[in-house]
Design a protein. Structure first.
Length: 380
């Protein structure tokens, strides 16, 4: 791929903000161009940016009703991908801002990531190498036994090894979004971030929503939020679905009074203390099995249930930006995993008579949320 061609990516983009972002990608990539102007001679960061720009150019003519955010456009699914019967209306993709992520032997941003599979999927990032299972409820290919008797809508499990040591206090997960429109009251979005984040841990970092290009969202310490962690010596790791909570290899403090593994609930509270988290090193010498599940967002419908009275449609506020499955080393910015959970209604309106312009969608969403709050207050 010729890096010189990246400069042309923004030419046909009518939206000014998206055009500025794509032009920025071009400028960043060009800073490291050598004489022959090939991607191989760019810095790793510039290679990622160049790849994003080139793939965004290939996608820009897709007939989306709502255009995805410019930085995610290379990984935005097509209508055909959304209409795959076994997984519709959900498509899982690699996040282009995280750098190359090899899932199932492929790093292609435009290729969907398999989920609801019988066998684990091999994956590798710059920080972690192993296998994963991703299960989503409410779809044709859903494995019902994974959800039988449970309230959860999503369950993801990982097993593998880190490529280097990571401080537990630096290992965070959550959701990151780019700037939101001025049409969305920032108070609404920030309340949503805070409410969702506090479901996981009290040490959550909430990044306020802005309209100036700043990344917004929330982050939680992984070990203070995930439901199950098992640490084993290589060759002694359990079956992924038979793993039990056990972090004793990382710290003597992670035991009960009888020397048994600290229960998961107590482990989460223990790591919710910055001092405790700062005392533990996630060593590359061990095999880790992680399980994370959630019951507050139905991925198949894209509705967030904050409590028994208040819920809202995430598609009305997302501005073409999907939910994430993400974990990263905050000190370096490297991701162990970063996947995008796309729903068809984020980008397409079916039937076509539905309001699908960005302004119509946001106006409808804000009105619905105000009505929900009014009803909740009136019931007290």
């Amino acid at each position: 791929m010729e890096v010189d061609a990246i400069a042309n990516v923004a030419d046909d983009v009518p939206d000014r903000k998206q055009k500025v972002r794509l032009e920025t990608v071009s400028k960043l990539a060009s800073l490291s161009v050598k004489a022959d102007s090939t991607v191989e001679h760019l810095t790793p960061q510039a290679q990622v940016l160049a790849r994003m720009a080139a793939e965004a150019k290939q996608h820009r003519d897709e007939d989306w009703d709502i255009r995805p955010h410019a930085m995610l456009e290379a990984a935005a699914p097509t209508r055909q991908q959304f209409d795959e019967p076994s997984t519709s209306p959900v498509v899982v993709m690699r996040n282009p801002v995280a750098g190359p992520l090899d899932v199932g032997g492929s790093t292609e941003l435009s290729e969907p990531v398999p989920f609801n599979t019988d066998e684990p999927i091999p994956y590798e990032s710059s920080l972690f190498k192993g296998t994963m299972h991703l299960h989503i409820r409410g779809l044709e290919n859903t494995k019902e036994h994974k959800f039988s008797g449970k309230k959860r809508f999503l369950h993801i499990a990982f097993q593998g090894r880190f490529k280097r040591d990571v401080k537990a206090s630096d290992f965070w997960s959550g959701h990151e979004w780019f700037s939101v429109s001025d049409m969305v009251p920032t108070s609404f979005v920030n309340i949503g971030y805070t409410a969702a984040a506090k479901m996981f841990s009290s040490t959550t970092r909430v990044c306020p929503s802005t309209s100036n290009g700043q990344v917004a969202g929330f982050l939680n310490p992984v070990l203070a939020s995930c439901q199950l962690v098992n640490v084993s010596k290589p060759g002694q790791e359990p079956d992924m679905w038979e793993a039990e909570e056990d972090m004793r290899l990382l710290s003597d403090a992670l035991t009960d009074k009888n020397g048994n593994p600290m229960p998961a609930e107590k482990r989460r509270r223990w790591f919710d203390s910055p001092a405790n988290a700062g005392s533990v090193l996630i060593s590359k010498d061990y095999v880790y099995t992680w399980h994370v599940w959630q019951h507050w967002c139905n991925i198949s419908t894209y509705r967030l249930q904050l409590n028994s009275l208040l819920s809202f449609d995430l598609c009305q506020f997302s501005e073409g930006q999907p939910m994430q499955i993400m974990a990263k080393d905050q000190s370096t910015g490297e991701y162990s995993i970063n996947l995008l959970l796309w729903h068809k209604r984020l980008l397409f309106s079916d039937p076509p008579s539905e309001a699908h312009s960005l302004r119509e969608r946001l106006t409808s969403g804000v009105s619905s949320l105000r009505a929900s709050w009014k009803g909740m207050l009136a019931s007290k």
